[in-house]
Design a protein around this ligand. Structure first.
Ligand SMILES: [Zn+2]
Length: 80
């Protein structure tokens, strides 16, 4: 069976094609552009949490069971 290359359009919308969903670095370019557009990562989080009507769960279990961050207090510090 002969392998047939099926190009994927880059998910950032640049029109480039490659073997994967993103051309190298374009996922980070999109993330940075979105953050810039909304005023930063904290504002992006606020918008998404408002849309979802819940907090975003950071998986702190990957911290080997160390202290978990209380996200409510972080949000309170920045917005209230
Ligand atoms: Zn792209």
């Amino acid at each position: 069976m002969e392998y047939e290359f099926q190009p994927h359009y880059c998910a950032c919308g640049c029109g480039g094609t490659g073997k994967t969903k993103w051309l190298p670095g374009h996922d980070q370019m999109l993330r940075a552009a979105i953050e810039r557009e909304v005023g930063g990562l904290i504002e992006l989080r606020r918008i998404i949490e408002e849309l979802l009507q819940r907090g975003i769960d950071l998986d702190h279990k990957q911290n080997n069971g160390r202290r978990q961050l209380n996200l409510d207090s972080v949000v309170d510090r920045y917005y209230f």
